[in-house]
Structure formats: structure tokens, C-alpha cells
Design a protein around this ligand. Structure first.
Ligand code: AHG
Ligand code: MN
Ligand code: MN
Length: 283
């Protein structure tokens, strides 16, 4: 796994440079989710594919920016599912963006995730790495090297509320839940970038990020393999919870297609319990 993490560190430095120096415009293509691709999406995807293609333990790659599975090494153990540039549409307004990596062994489903990582490209480049049975580890880059900062632990109850999705398309129960937290004094912290939004809650002691099913996107917007499950792993390892609108652990998701999405809620225990009550979830 260390080889994979070291490669992610190298990729992070290269993508950060690309964000700071390359064209922020749109390419003339779409990804598998029907979203217009930025030149930076395509470039970031290329940087990652090039970095992993000669690593023999990597069996295959699945990218947000490509339709299918890219086979690399038959004898490899790990399939890396990644979002090369999450929140990429924020780059041209100079907000933080990120990369997300889910490392799977065997069939591509939540319970086969063995590690995950994300990079935040902000005022500094920051990295979080997570493996089983350990707290997530937070690193910050300085002169191209990543220095360990601390382990990440979520408080039982936080102060931040990151409500995603178009509000007019929320179910009434979700609106009641979100407004209830604000009535308790929670602060709105939502940039539209999943990586910085979830990173902030992890580092500021807790709260909840929600991207529910909506009338326009009944299965939510965020992709299971390379957005939802990797963060669910990190939130659970940090002592929080990550569930869908039925109360199912997101780590139990089994996507039928590499780009399947899921309603998703990531947070501290108090806020997830409040969500379950609002959604009438008993367990
Ligand atoms: P991506 O840029 O990889 O397509 O991801 C964007 C996602 C995610 O970063 C964020 O949480 C979500 O889009 C925001 O969606 P809304 O603008 O609908 O809130
Ligand atoms: Mn994304
Ligand atoms: Mn993306």
C-alpha cells in the first residue's frame, strides 16, 4: 500500500502544478456522467493514469473521467477508483478542489475497500490517508514533501452543516432536518467542493455533510466508487458515520455500474442520529 500512497503524493504535486499553471477552460468532451470535462479534468486523469500504469500491484483503474475499467496488470491485487479532480468547476473561481482515491481488493464494492485517500488543492496541498483499523492520517505539503500533522478524530457532536443539492428539489423531511440544525446554531459551510467541504468538517471537529436524493437526482449526485465509499471509510475510521437515506452504511454499497451514485450523509454521531430521526430510520 505504501507504493500506492507514495504515488498519490507524487500525483498531488503534479496536479497542483497543473491547476496553478494550465488552461482552466472546457475541453470539447463529456464524462460518463454526462458532465462537460474541463481540460484540467482530462489532464489530472492523464497524470494519475501515467503514474500508476507501471505499478505491478495495480490490477486496474476506474476513473470518473472514463467510461469503463482500464486493465493494467493481471497479477495486481488492487483496483484504484478515483476522481482526478473533484469540484473542478470551482478551479476557475479560485476555490479549493480535490482528488479522491478508493483502493479496492477484489469485486468493486464497499466492503472490499482496503484504503482510501484524498488530496485538497487549496492555500496548501493537504493529504489524508486511511487504512483499516487506524485513524485517518493528515499530512500537509511543504516544498514538495508531505509532513505528518496528526491523526483525525471526529467529535461526538460538531458545529458545521454542509447541505448539498438544489434546495428546491429536497424532500420536506430533508429540509426540516437541515433547518433544524441551523435552528440549533449550526454554521453553514458549503463550497460545492465535496473534498474541501468534507475535509473542513473532519478538521473542525465535526458536523454533517449531506447530499440527498432529490426530485432531479433521486439517487443523489455523488458517485459510489470514487467519491462516496472512500469518504465513508474515512468518516467511519475517524469515529463518525456514513449512511444513505435508508440508514444503510455506505460501506455496504454494491454499485451495479462504475458510475452509480448514492444519496449520502457523512458526519459525527449526534448529527447522523438526528438525520435518522428526521428520516424515520429506526436502527
Ligand atoms: P465533480 O466536480 O468531480 O463532478 O464533483 C462535483 C460534486 C462534488 O464536488 C460536490 O459535493 C457536488 O458536486 C456539488 O454539487 P451541487 O453543486 O449540486 O451542490
Ligand atoms: Mn467529484
Ligand atoms: Mn471530478
Amino acid at each position: 500500500m505504501q507504493t500506492i500512497f507514495d504515488t498519490i503524493k507524487k500525483v498531488a504535486i503534479k496536479i497542483d502544478h497543473a491547476i496553478k499553471t494550465e488552461d482552466l477552460g472546457y475541453s470539447d468532451s463529456e464524462n460518463s456522467s454526462g458532465e462537460d470535462q474541463l481540460k484540467l479534468d482530462v489532464k489530472s486523469d492523464y497524470i494519475i493514469e501515467e503514474a500508476f500504469q507501471d505499478i505491478s500491484i495495480v490490477k486496474a483503474l476506474v476513473s470518473e473521467e472514463k467510461e469503463g475499467i482500464l486493465a493494467l496488470h493481471e497479477e495486481g491485487n488492487y483496483t484504484i477508483c478515483y476522481d482526478p479532480l473533484d469540484g473542478s468547476s470551482l478551479a476557475d473561481v479560485n476555490l479549493s478542489v480535490g482528488s479522491i482515491f478508493g483502493i479496492y481488493e477484489g469485486e468493486l464494492k464497499g466492503e472490499n475497500l482496503v484504503a482510501s485517500a484524498y488530496v485538497v488543492y487549496g492555500p496548501r496541498i493537504e493529504l489524508v490517508l486511511a487504512v483499516k483499523d487506524e485513524k485517518p492520517q493528515h499530512y500537509r505539503a511543504q516544498d514538495g514533501l508531505f509532513n505528518f500533522i496528526s491523526e483525525i478524530t471526529l467529535d461526538e457532536k460538531g458545529k458545521l452543516n454542509a447541505p448539498g443539492g438544489t434546495q428546491q428539489n429536497w424532500a420536506d423531511s430533508h429540509k426540516t432536518f437541515v433547518d433544524g440544525l441551523f435552528a440549533e446554531g449550526y454554521r453553514l459551510r458549503y463550497s460545492g467542493g465535496m473534498v474541501p467541504d468534507l475535509h473542513q468538517i473532519l478538521l473542525k471537529g465535526g458536523g454533517i455533510f449531506s447530499y440527498p436524493g432529490t426530485t432531479d437526482k433521486p439517487n443523489g449526485k455523488l458517485r459510489q466508487l470514487f467519491e462516496v465509499i472512500p469518504f465513508a471509510f474515512i468518516y467511519e475510521q475517524a469515529g463518525g458515520q456514513a449512511i444513505n437515506n435508508k440508514g444503510m452504511r455506505l460501506m455496504e454499497l454494491v454499485p451495479a455500474h462504475p458510475h452509480d451514485t448514492s444519496p449520502c450523509f457523512f458526519g459525527s454521531n449526534y448529527e447522523v442520529a438526528a438525520l435518522k430521526t428526521a428520516y424515520g430510520i429506526k436502527n
